[in-house]
Design a protein. Structure first.
Length: 132
């Protein structure tokens, strides 16, 4: 399936007293990768919401393998796990500058009508953008 990657520099505010990236920041890194992957395909969240579709997070799973530190340049790889239906599932891998895998994660989102807030199937225009 579709893959993408983005580079993210760890900012000081994202670290704890030990200079280690706080665990909560990985969710933000995943979101950056997801929004940039969509942008590469010609779609922004703003445009998608204007078309009446929202993508709230349903589930997040994270595995921490090694720490990241202040000023590290991380590579966040994202992969569309399967053809979207009502749910959209992404797999993430985070690598440090040495190319070592330090974190993995899975994010599941749900397609929702913006006006009714009810679940819906992935629109055909979305599937077309992602060649699904």
């Amino acid at each position: 399936m579709l893959e993408s990657e983005v580079k993210i520099r760890v900012r000081y505010k994202e670290t704890d007293n030990m200079g280690v990236v706080h665990h909560s920041n990985y969710v933000n890194y995943y979101e950056v990768a997801r929004t940039e992957m969509m942008r590469e395909r010609g779609l922004t969240y703003k445009e998608m919401e204007a078309r009446g579709v929202m993508l709230p997070v349903h589930d997040i799973r994270i595995t921490y393998l090694a720490p990241a530190y202040y000023d590290d340049l991380l590579t966040v790889r994202i992969r569309l796990a399967e053809r979207p239906g009502v749910k959209l599932r992404f797999l993430h891998e985070v690598y440090n500058e040495a190319g070592e895998l330090i974190n993995t994660g899975e994010v599941v989102l749900v397609f929702v009508h913006a006006d009714t807030r009810r679940p819906m199937r992935a629109p055909q225009w979305f599937l077309d953008l992602f060649d699904c």
